[in-house]
Design a protein around this ligand. Structure first.
Ligand code: ADP
Ligand code: MG
Length: 394
């Protein structure tokens, strides 16, 4: 991978080649992995993501004619054009809806958005559960915020990015990905309470703990905007209603164990609602436990929390898939301390907490397990170190 500054120069050069003038600046926003806290964000709960070195970059220059032009190196090769005045949900479709949505939401907030030329280039693979969509939108939003001098606080900018993805793109996502991309800091995981956006940086020095986080891309593409995500979200909302709480986050996490949880779940009329609720309640408890372990420097003890989180998303929330389960089981069988699928589910990436000496063996074993199955893509691997959140590069 190029350094961020080499990449900024490249993106700026591509901008000049496309539009025949210099950009006013280049911004980047990273993808993320989530250590733990899956599908808790739209239940007002807790999450613990880490920014990746992989980022989306955007070169930007304003125009004075109210027109918008957007191009992405990973798009369809076309410069998509529209006017600021014509932006409304549905007016721009395909990949360009992501940058268009970011401009639209600023306008919805009452900011004067001028015409603009944008060129995007991203290292975050699409649909791999690493949040390429939030990286793209956060890069555009931060660029506009700083270029136009809007002074919007980052947690608020994350809410706007979420609204852009919910209402313009039509994906019913929570606020974790956007907050991770905008608010994470180098060398730390971000503990976020999605109800009030309160957050703290939790130092995560894997090397000092003699550990690495291996990321396994299962190469199964998920789709957020699809019915499965929506269905689970609706189920969580119904359960909260039936239990008489504002959101499932309000179920006391003390109830995450044993009899108290069983008694609570018995109040729900359907097995599916009981399973969805059990996942969210126990997952919130796992985020709190993980945050305590990280703060205490007990990194190895994080392993079983991750693995329990995987079992919960496999058995209760039903968002795993054979490739993710195989990666988790194989990693554990080859000495990993813990492993789980990360991101919205149905494929994407698996994170594995292990010692550096085990990485080669675990990777080879997962590769072999995939090769033995008919029609499975070969997995891809990298190790993750907590990178900085979104920023201006040049
Ligand atoms: P994830 O966020 O987990 O990668 P999503 O389905 O939420 O997956 O978002 C992926 C979509 O975001 C892509 O299908 C594409 O439309 C858009 N996207 C992300 N990065 C880029 C990019 N660099 N250029 C164009 N479109 C992108
Ligand atoms: Mg996404």
């Amino acid at each position: 991978m190029n350094t961020p500054h080499e990449s900024a120069v490249l993106v700026a050069e591509e901008f000049v080649a496309l539009y025949g003038r210099e950009p006013e600046g280049v911004w980047q926003a990273p993808g993320r992995i989530n250590l733990i806290g899956e599908h808790t964000d739209y239940n007002d709960g807790f999450v613990l993501p880490v920014a990746l070195p992989h980022a989306a970059r955007v070169a930007v220059a304003r125009r004075d004619d109210g027109r918008v032009r957007v191009h992405s190196s990973q798009g369809d090769g076309v410069v998509v054009e529209f006017t600021v005045d014509s932006m409304a949900p549905g007016s721009v479709e395909g990949w360009a809806a992501y940058p268009a949505g970011a401009l639209w939401v600023l306008r919805e907030e009452g900011h004067a958005v001028p015409g603009i030329d944008l060129h995007l280039d991203s290292e975050v693979p699409f649909g791999a559960g690493l949040s390429s969509s939030a990286a793209l939108q956060c890069a555009v939003l931060l660029a506009c915020d700083e270029l136009l001098g809007l002074g919007i606080e980052r947690p608020r900018l994350a809410r706007l990015a979420q609204r852009a993805e919910n209402d313009y793109v039509g994906a019913p996502v929570g606020v974790m990905d956007q907050t991770a991309s905008l608010c994470c800091t180098e060398g730390a995981a971000l503990f976020l309470d999605t109800r009030d956006m309160s957050q703290r940086q939790v130092p995560l020095d894997l090397a000092a703990g003699g550990l690495v986080l291996l990321v396994v891309d299962t190469r199964v593409e998920h789709g957020h905007a699809d019915g499965a995500y929506r269905h689970r979200r609706a189920g969580c909302e119904r359960s909260a209603d039936l239990l008489g709480v504002k959101a499932l986050r309000d179920v006391d996490v003390e109830a995450a164990d044993g009899a108290a949880l069983d008694a609570l779940l018995a109040r729900l009329p359907e097995e599916e609602l009981r399973r969805l609720t059990r996942h969210v309640v126990t997952e919130n408890a796992r985020v709190l436990a993980a945050e305590r372990l990280l703060a205490a420097g007990e990194l190895r003890a994080l392993g079983p929390v991750l693995t329990a989180g995987h079992a919960s998303q496999r058995d209760d929330f039903a968002i795993s898939c054979p490739q993710s389960d195989t990666a988790v089981d194989t990693a554990l069988a080859h000495g990993a301390l813990g492993a789980r699928q990360t991101g919205g589910g149905f494929g994407g990436c698996v994170i594995v907490l292990t010692e550096p000496v085990r990485v080669a063996g675990i990777s080879a074993a997962i590769e072999a397990a995939y090769a033995a199955e008919d029609g499975w893509n070969a997995p891809a691997f990298f190790t993750a170190t907590p990178a900085p959140g979104a920023r201006r590069l040049g």
